[in-house]
Design a protein around this ligand. Structure first.
Ligand code: KIV
Length: 280
């Protein structure tokens, strides 16, 4: 197997041109990043899904820049040869371009990420332009944008009618023009994702957007079966790690209660003669 090496933004475009799929997953901690580093996956997103799958919030809205920074640092350490994208949390870029540049800069400078991602369509093209101009690569994110899901009518497929689909097409064109190096398409119909992917020179990364995107992303907790509060249709569970974890923890609890654990194999001993010298 060839040596793993971090792909450049230019190489992601080349992959698109050659029809090579880009693979992305989320990670929020060092052990997960170390495992992803051992795969052929090219990108890790330290997503604000962190709020729901790790921090126990009901949405991604409460996630802060400090949270993303805190979780990006160990991921960067664990996966030195993977392109790491840090997510811009809600209200870290919406108020002004200055805020956006400052917070994006922190995720790169303090967090060590290679690029940032932000949610939003046409209205955020100027923000993307400003961040890119400041020297930070930006991945855009359109369709179902969880930070503003309530104003989109909940966690629903977006762009099902021509009017809304056209808005999404106009958004991706503007975001590409603003300098985004890739775009996440979340929860949109496959034919629309196909049209968008063919229209753009930059890669599209799909989640619930069908097979025609230039790459795919899934939340790692979803694909490992570690998050079962709800499982969207687009999630494929490749393992049931949550179930394995539950079984292991139950066995541990039973064995401690029964005295079966720790046995000889997991205990330390000392020489009899040393033991005899002791006065309890
Ligand atoms: O935060 C996240 O995990 C995301 C993915 C769903 C793309 O934004």
């Amino acid at each position: 197997m060839s040596e793993k090496r971090k792909a450049s933004i230019q190489e992601f475009r080349e992959m698109k041109k050659k029809g090579k799929k880009i693979r992305m997953v989320t990670a929020y901690d060092h052990p997960t990043a170390v495992i992803v580093e051992k795969t052929e996956i090219e990108m890790i997103l330290v997503g604000d899904s962190l709020g729901m799958v790790v921090l126990g919030y009901d949405s991604t809205v409460p996630v802060t820049v400090e949270d993303i920074l805190h979780h990006t640092k160990p991921v960067v350490k664990g996966a030195p040869n993977i392109h790491i994208i840090a997510d811009m949390p809600f209200m870290s870029y919406q108020a002004s371009a200055e805020d956006a540049i400052r917070n994006a800069g922190r995720l790169i400078k303090e967090g060590g990420a290679d690029s940032i991602k932000l949610e939003g369509g046409l209205n955020y093209a100027s923000t993307v332009r400003a961040i890119v101009k400041a020297g930070v690569p930006v991945m855009a994110h359109i369709g179902l944008t969880p930070q503003t899901a309530s104003s989109l009518g909940g966690f629903k497929v977006q762009g099902k009618d021509a009017e809304r689909a056209q808005e999404l097409i106009d958004s991706v064109v503007a975001l590409e023009d603003a300098g985004a190096f890739a775009i996440v398409l979340e929860c949109i119909p496959s034919p629309l994702a196909k049209m968008i992917s063919e229209r753009l020179a930059i890669p599209t990364i799909g989640i619930g957007a069908g097979p025609y995107c230039d790459g795919q992303v899934l939340v790692t907790q979803d694909l490992l079966g570690l998050f079962d509060r709800f499982v969207p249709k687009f999630v494929k569970q490749y393992a049931q790690i949550g179930q394995l974890e539950l079984e292991a923890l139950n066995r541990y609890a039973e064995e401690v209660a029964s005295g079966e654990f720790p046995g000889k194999a997991h205990s330390y001993t000392m020489k009899e003669e040393e033991l005899r010298k002791l006065r309890p």
